[in-house]
Design a protein around this ligand. Sequence first.
Ligand code: SF4
Length: 363
Amino acid sequence: MKRRRTQEVPLGSLTVGGDSPVWVEAMGRRPPGEWVSCLQEIEEAFSQGCEIFRVAVFDERGVSGLREIKKRRRDLPLVADIHFTLQLAFQAIEAGVDAIRINPGTARDVGLLESLIDFARDRGVTLRIGANTGSLPPSLRGKKRNEALVESVGLCVELAEKKNMRRLILSAKSPDIEETIEVYRRLSKTFPYPLHIGLTEAGGGLEGIVKSSVALGVLLAEGIGDTLRVSLTSQNPVLEVKVGWEILEALNIRSRGVTVISCPTCARVRGNVVLCVQKFRRAIAPLEKVARKTPLKVAIMGCEVNGPGEAREADFGLALSSGGKAALFVRGTVTAVVPQEEALEKLIDLVGKAIQKGEERSR
Ligand code: SF4
Protein backbone atom coordinates (compact mmCIF):
# COMPACT_ATOMS: atom_id res chain seq x y z
CA MET A 1 0.00 0.00 0.00
CA LYS A 2 1.30 3.39 -0.93
CA ARG A 3 1.60 5.88 1.89
CA ARG A 4 0.28 9.34 1.18
CA ARG A 5 3.26 11.64 1.47
CA THR A 6 2.87 14.47 3.93
CA GLN A 7 5.12 17.31 4.92
CA GLU A 8 7.82 16.44 7.47
CA VAL A 9 7.25 17.93 10.90
CA PRO A 10 9.70 17.53 13.80
CA LEU A 11 8.35 16.33 17.12
CA GLY A 12 11.17 16.21 19.69
CA SER A 13 13.64 13.57 18.57
CA LEU A 14 11.24 12.25 15.90
CA THR A 15 10.18 13.43 12.48
CA VAL A 16 6.50 12.96 11.74
CA GLY A 17 5.33 12.60 8.13
CA GLY A 18 7.43 12.32 4.98
CA ASP A 19 9.17 8.95 4.84
CA SER A 20 9.07 8.47 8.61
CA PRO A 21 7.34 5.42 10.05
CA VAL A 22 3.78 5.68 11.33
CA TRP A 23 4.47 6.40 15.01
CA VAL A 24 2.50 4.89 17.88
CA GLU A 25 1.13 7.44 20.33
CA ALA A 26 -0.50 6.85 23.69
CA MET A 27 -2.14 9.07 26.24
CA GLY A 28 -1.51 9.01 29.97
CA ARG A 29 -4.10 8.36 32.64
CA ARG A 30 -2.07 9.80 35.53
CA PRO A 31 -2.11 13.57 36.06
CA PRO A 32 1.32 15.08 35.32
CA GLY A 33 1.10 16.93 38.64
CA GLU A 34 1.75 13.55 40.22
CA TRP A 35 4.85 13.35 38.13
CA VAL A 36 6.44 10.27 39.73
CA SER A 37 3.51 8.02 38.86
CA CYS A 38 3.03 9.82 35.55
CA LEU A 39 6.66 9.14 34.62
CA GLN A 40 6.25 5.51 35.67
CA GLU A 41 3.29 5.23 33.34
CA ILE A 42 5.28 6.85 30.53
CA GLU A 43 8.22 4.50 31.03
CA GLU A 44 5.91 1.50 30.99
CA ALA A 45 4.24 2.66 27.77
CA PHE A 46 7.62 3.30 26.11
CA SER A 47 8.87 -0.13 27.19
CA GLN A 48 5.93 -1.57 25.24
CA GLY A 49 6.68 0.39 22.09
CA CYS A 50 4.99 3.76 22.60
CA GLU A 51 6.85 6.46 20.66
CA ILE A 52 4.93 9.65 21.38
CA PHE A 53 3.27 10.28 24.73
CA ARG A 54 0.50 12.78 25.37
CA VAL A 55 -0.50 14.08 28.77
CA ALA A 56 -3.50 16.19 29.69
CA VAL A 57 -2.33 19.38 31.38
CA PHE A 58 -5.09 21.20 33.22
CA ASP A 59 -3.36 23.05 36.05
CA GLU A 60 -0.06 24.64 37.03
CA ARG A 61 0.89 21.61 39.10
CA GLY A 62 0.75 19.65 35.87
CA VAL A 63 3.17 22.10 34.24
CA SER A 64 5.62 21.66 37.14
CA GLY A 65 5.26 17.91 36.72
CA LEU A 66 6.09 18.17 33.01
CA ARG A 67 9.22 20.09 33.90
CA GLU A 68 10.32 17.31 36.28
CA ILE A 69 9.58 14.65 33.69
CA LYS A 70 11.44 16.47 30.94
CA LYS A 71 14.41 17.06 33.27
CA ARG A 72 14.74 13.30 33.62
CA ARG A 73 13.75 12.14 30.15
CA ARG A 74 14.41 14.92 27.68
CA ASP A 75 14.53 12.36 24.86
CA LEU A 76 10.90 11.22 25.15
CA PRO A 77 8.62 12.94 22.62
CA LEU A 78 6.04 14.57 24.86
CA VAL A 79 2.82 16.33 23.86
CA ALA A 80 0.83 18.51 26.26
CA ASP A 81 -2.92 18.32 25.70
CA ILE A 82 -4.45 21.68 26.58
CA HIS A 83 -8.11 22.69 26.65
CA PHE A 84 -9.77 25.96 27.67
CA THR A 85 -6.79 27.48 29.55
CA LEU A 86 -4.38 28.33 26.75
CA GLN A 87 -2.07 30.13 29.20
CA LEU A 88 -0.99 26.66 30.34
CA ALA A 89 0.28 25.93 26.82
CA PHE A 90 2.83 28.77 27.07
CA GLN A 91 4.03 27.36 30.38
CA ALA A 92 4.14 23.80 29.03
CA ILE A 93 6.38 24.99 26.17
CA GLU A 94 8.67 26.64 28.70
CA ALA A 95 8.68 23.38 30.66
CA GLY A 96 10.16 21.68 27.60
CA VAL A 97 7.34 19.78 25.85
CA ASP A 98 7.83 18.95 22.18
CA ALA A 99 4.30 19.66 21.01
CA ILE A 100 1.06 21.21 22.14
CA ARG A 101 -2.27 19.70 21.20
CA ILE A 102 -5.02 22.25 21.05
CA ASN A 103 -8.65 21.61 20.20
CA PRO A 104 -10.41 24.15 17.95
CA GLY A 105 -13.54 23.70 20.08
CA THR A 106 -11.87 24.56 23.38
CA ALA A 107 -9.23 27.06 22.23
CA ARG A 108 -11.75 29.86 21.91
CA ASP A 109 -9.69 32.97 22.61
CA VAL A 110 -8.44 33.75 19.09
CA GLY A 111 -6.08 36.50 20.26
CA LEU A 112 -4.44 34.17 22.75
CA LEU A 113 -4.32 31.37 20.19
CA GLU A 114 -2.48 33.68 17.78
CA SER A 115 0.04 34.54 20.49
CA LEU A 116 0.46 30.84 21.24
CA ILE A 117 1.13 30.10 17.58
CA ASP A 118 3.86 32.78 17.56
CA PHE A 119 5.29 31.47 20.82
CA ALA A 120 5.39 27.84 19.63
CA ARG A 121 6.81 28.76 16.20
CA ASP A 122 9.62 30.86 17.70
CA ARG A 123 10.60 28.02 20.04
CA GLY A 124 10.43 25.21 17.48
CA VAL A 125 7.47 23.52 19.14
CA THR A 126 4.93 21.61 17.05
CA LEU A 127 1.22 22.31 17.22
CA ARG A 128 -1.28 19.53 16.84
CA ILE A 129 -4.68 20.82 15.88
CA GLY A 130 -7.04 18.13 17.07
CA ALA A 131 -10.80 18.46 16.64
CA ASN A 132 -13.26 16.10 18.25
CA THR A 133 -16.98 15.56 17.69
CA GLY A 134 -17.54 15.89 21.43
CA SER A 135 -16.18 19.43 21.55
CA LEU A 136 -16.99 21.15 18.27
CA PRO A 137 -16.83 24.96 18.30
CA PRO A 138 -20.29 26.39 19.17
CA SER A 139 -20.38 28.31 15.86
CA LEU A 140 -20.20 25.05 13.88
CA ARG A 141 -22.56 22.92 15.94
CA GLY A 142 -25.49 23.42 13.52
CA LYS A 143 -23.51 21.89 10.65
CA LYS A 144 -23.10 18.24 9.71
CA ARG A 145 -20.54 16.78 12.07
CA ASN A 146 -18.08 15.69 9.40
CA GLU A 147 -18.15 19.13 7.79
CA ALA A 148 -17.82 20.85 11.14
CA LEU A 149 -14.80 18.72 12.04
CA VAL A 150 -12.93 19.51 8.83
CA GLU A 151 -13.92 23.17 8.92
CA SER A 152 -12.83 23.64 12.52
CA VAL A 153 -9.41 22.18 11.74
CA GLY A 154 -9.22 24.31 8.58
CA LEU A 155 -9.88 27.55 10.47
CA CYS A 156 -7.02 26.85 12.87
CA VAL A 157 -4.70 25.86 10.02
CA GLU A 158 -5.52 29.15 8.30
CA LEU A 159 -4.67 31.06 11.45
CA ALA A 160 -1.37 29.18 11.84
CA GLU A 161 -0.39 29.62 8.19
CA LYS A 162 -1.10 33.34 8.39
CA LYS A 163 1.51 33.43 11.14
CA ASN A 164 3.89 31.35 9.05
CA MET A 165 3.60 28.39 11.41
CA ARG A 166 3.96 25.14 9.48
CA ARG A 167 4.94 22.71 12.21
CA LEU A 168 1.45 21.32 12.26
CA ILE A 169 -0.08 17.89 12.79
CA LEU A 170 -3.81 17.53 12.25
CA SER A 171 -6.50 15.25 13.63
CA ALA A 172 -10.29 15.16 13.67
CA LYS A 173 -11.83 12.33 15.62
CA SER A 174 -15.28 10.85 15.94
CA PRO A 175 -16.57 7.70 17.64
CA ASP A 176 -18.25 6.75 14.36
CA ILE A 177 -16.15 4.62 12.01
CA GLU A 178 -17.62 5.82 8.72
CA GLU A 179 -17.48 9.44 9.80
CA THR A 180 -13.85 9.09 10.92
CA ILE A 181 -12.82 7.55 7.60
CA GLU A 182 -14.62 10.18 5.59
CA VAL A 183 -13.20 13.07 7.63
CA TYR A 184 -9.62 11.82 7.37
CA ARG A 185 -9.97 11.28 3.63
CA ARG A 186 -10.99 14.91 3.35
CA LEU A 187 -8.21 16.15 5.61
CA SER A 188 -5.75 14.12 3.61
CA LYS A 189 -6.91 15.64 0.32
CA THR A 190 -7.04 19.17 1.67
CA PHE A 191 -3.89 19.65 3.74
CA PRO A 192 -0.20 18.79 3.25
CA TYR A 193 0.43 18.28 6.98
CA PRO A 194 0.89 14.95 8.75
CA LEU A 195 -2.23 13.38 10.21
CA HIS A 196 -2.64 11.85 13.63
CA ILE A 197 -5.36 9.24 13.23
CA GLY A 198 -7.65 7.58 15.74
CA LEU A 199 -11.22 6.71 16.56
CA THR A 200 -12.24 8.56 19.67
CA GLU A 201 -14.27 7.08 22.51
CA ALA A 202 -14.03 3.67 20.86
CA GLY A 203 -14.99 1.91 24.09
CA GLY A 204 -13.12 -0.76 25.97
CA GLY A 205 -12.03 -4.35 25.57
CA LEU A 206 -12.87 -6.28 22.44
CA GLU A 207 -15.38 -3.69 21.23
CA GLY A 208 -12.87 -0.84 21.34
CA ILE A 209 -10.12 -2.92 19.78
CA VAL A 210 -12.28 -4.08 16.88
CA LYS A 211 -13.74 -0.65 16.18
CA SER A 212 -10.34 1.05 16.28
CA SER A 213 -8.77 -1.67 14.15
CA VAL A 214 -11.45 -1.32 11.48
CA ALA A 215 -11.26 2.47 11.32
CA LEU A 216 -7.47 2.71 11.46
CA GLY A 217 -7.06 -0.32 9.20
CA VAL A 218 -9.07 1.28 6.41
CA LEU A 219 -7.23 4.59 6.70
CA LEU A 220 -3.77 3.04 6.87
CA ALA A 221 -4.58 0.76 3.94
CA GLU A 222 -5.34 3.91 1.96
CA GLY A 223 -1.98 5.35 2.99
CA ILE A 224 -3.50 7.86 5.41
CA GLY A 225 -1.96 8.42 8.84
CA ASP A 226 1.43 9.46 10.19
CA THR A 227 0.85 8.84 13.88
CA LEU A 228 -1.92 6.83 15.49
CA ARG A 229 -3.57 6.35 18.82
CA VAL A 230 -5.95 3.59 19.79
CA SER A 231 -8.25 5.16 22.38
CA LEU A 232 -9.41 2.45 24.75
CA THR A 233 -11.34 2.69 27.98
CA SER A 234 -8.72 1.15 30.26
CA GLN A 235 -6.73 1.84 33.41
CA ASN A 236 -3.44 2.47 31.64
CA PRO A 237 -2.10 3.12 28.15
CA VAL A 238 -0.25 -0.17 27.68
CA LEU A 239 -3.06 -1.95 25.84
CA GLU A 240 -3.54 0.91 23.40
CA VAL A 241 0.16 0.78 22.54
CA LYS A 242 0.01 -2.98 21.97
CA VAL A 243 -3.10 -2.73 19.79
CA GLY A 244 -1.54 0.11 17.79
CA TRP A 245 1.42 -2.09 17.01
CA GLU A 246 -0.73 -5.07 16.16
CA ILE A 247 -2.64 -2.96 13.63
CA LEU A 248 0.58 -1.77 11.98
CA GLU A 249 2.00 -5.30 11.93
CA ALA A 250 -1.20 -6.80 10.55
CA LEU A 251 -0.97 -4.39 7.61
CA ASN A 252 2.77 -5.03 7.16
CA ILE A 253 3.42 -1.34 7.75
CA ARG A 254 5.84 -1.89 10.59
CA SER A 255 7.31 -4.87 12.33
CA ARG A 256 8.73 -5.43 15.76
CA GLY A 257 9.93 -8.76 16.92
CA VAL A 258 8.57 -12.16 16.20
CA THR A 259 5.43 -12.51 14.10
CA VAL A 260 3.71 -15.83 14.72
CA ILE A 261 1.64 -17.34 11.94
CA SER A 262 -0.52 -20.04 13.52
CA CYS A 263 -3.57 -21.83 12.21
CA PRO A 264 -6.91 -21.62 14.04
CA THR A 265 -6.91 -25.46 14.31
CA CYS A 266 -9.81 -27.66 13.25
CA ALA A 267 -10.93 -31.26 13.65
CA ARG A 268 -8.00 -32.38 11.47
CA VAL A 269 -5.38 -30.96 13.86
CA ARG A 270 -2.51 -33.36 14.69
CA GLY A 271 -1.66 -32.03 18.13
CA ASN A 272 -2.15 -29.10 20.48
CA VAL A 273 -1.36 -26.00 18.40
CA VAL A 274 -2.82 -23.66 21.03
CA LEU A 275 -0.45 -24.99 23.69
CA CYS A 276 2.51 -24.91 21.29
CA VAL A 277 1.87 -21.24 20.50
CA GLN A 278 1.44 -20.38 24.19
CA LYS A 279 4.66 -22.15 25.16
CA PHE A 280 6.53 -20.54 22.28
CA ARG A 281 5.30 -17.04 23.17
CA ARG A 282 6.17 -17.54 26.84
CA ALA A 283 9.65 -18.78 26.02
CA ILE A 284 10.37 -15.88 23.65
CA ALA A 285 8.87 -13.16 25.86
CA PRO A 286 12.11 -12.39 27.78
CA LEU A 287 13.83 -11.71 24.45
CA GLU A 288 11.12 -9.35 23.25
CA LYS A 289 13.18 -6.18 23.53
CA VAL A 290 16.08 -7.59 21.50
CA ALA A 291 13.65 -9.21 19.07
CA ARG A 292 12.28 -5.80 18.12
CA LYS A 293 15.48 -5.11 16.23
CA THR A 294 15.44 -8.45 14.44
CA PRO A 295 11.96 -9.20 13.18
CA LEU A 296 11.36 -12.85 12.39
CA LYS A 297 8.42 -14.76 10.99
CA VAL A 298 7.61 -18.04 12.75
CA ALA A 299 4.87 -20.47 11.67
CA ILE A 300 3.25 -22.99 14.03
CA MET A 301 0.73 -25.07 12.11
CA GLY A 302 -1.61 -27.94 12.94
CA CYS A 303 -1.37 -30.45 10.10
CA GLU A 304 -0.18 -31.39 6.61
CA VAL A 305 -2.84 -29.33 4.81
CA ASN A 306 -1.45 -25.79 5.19
CA GLY A 307 1.37 -26.57 7.61
CA PRO A 308 4.27 -27.26 5.24
CA GLY A 309 3.34 -24.36 2.96
CA GLU A 310 3.27 -21.75 5.73
CA ALA A 311 6.24 -23.23 7.60
CA ARG A 312 8.32 -23.12 4.42
CA GLU A 313 7.49 -19.44 3.84
CA ALA A 314 8.49 -18.41 7.37
CA ASP A 315 12.01 -17.97 8.75
CA PHE A 316 11.34 -20.86 11.11
CA GLY A 317 8.35 -23.19 11.12
CA LEU A 318 6.81 -26.17 12.75
CA ALA A 319 4.12 -28.30 11.09
CA LEU A 320 2.49 -30.96 13.23
CA SER A 321 1.98 -34.33 11.57
CA SER A 322 0.59 -37.78 12.37
CA GLY A 323 2.06 -40.12 14.98
CA GLY A 324 2.80 -37.26 17.39
CA LYS A 325 5.57 -35.99 15.12
CA ALA A 326 6.30 -32.54 13.72
CA ALA A 327 8.42 -31.28 10.86
CA LEU A 328 10.80 -28.46 11.67
CA PHE A 329 11.56 -25.93 8.93
CA VAL A 330 14.50 -23.56 8.82
CA ARG A 331 14.34 -20.94 6.08
CA GLY A 332 12.28 -23.08 3.78
CA THR A 333 13.91 -26.49 4.35
CA VAL A 334 12.82 -29.39 6.56
CA THR A 335 15.66 -29.97 9.00
CA ALA A 336 14.06 -32.58 11.27
CA VAL A 337 10.95 -34.69 11.75
CA VAL A 338 10.85 -35.42 15.47
CA PRO A 339 8.35 -35.84 18.32
CA GLN A 340 6.26 -32.68 18.73
CA GLU A 341 7.58 -31.68 22.16
CA GLU A 342 11.14 -31.97 20.91
CA ALA A 343 10.31 -30.02 17.75
CA LEU A 344 8.92 -27.17 19.83
CA GLU A 345 12.02 -27.07 22.02
CA LYS A 346 14.22 -27.00 18.93
CA LEU A 347 12.11 -24.22 17.43
CA ILE A 348 12.39 -22.12 20.61
CA ASP A 349 16.13 -22.71 20.69
CA LEU A 350 16.60 -21.77 17.03
CA VAL A 351 14.51 -18.61 17.28
CA GLY A 352 16.20 -17.58 20.53
CA LYS A 353 19.63 -17.95 18.95
CA ALA A 354 18.53 -16.10 15.81
CA ILE A 355 17.25 -13.20 17.89
CA GLN A 356 20.43 -13.03 19.88
CA LYS A 357 22.55 -13.11 16.77
CA GLY A 358 20.48 -10.26 15.46
CA GLU A 359 19.53 -12.11 12.33
CA GLU A 360 17.54 -10.16 9.85
CA ARG A 361 14.31 -11.47 8.45
CA SER A 362 15.34 -13.29 5.32
CA ARG A 363 12.09 -13.19 3.44
S1 SF4 B 1 -3.49 -26.32 9.13
FE1 SF4 B 1 -4.58 -28.25 9.38
S2 SF4 B 1 -5.20 -28.22 11.53
FE2 SF4 B 1 -4.67 -26.15 11.04
S3 SF4 B 1 -6.64 -25.27 10.48
FE3 SF4 B 1 -5.62 -25.94 8.60
S4 SF4 B 1 -6.45 -27.95 8.21
FE4 SF4 B 1 -6.92 -27.47 10.36
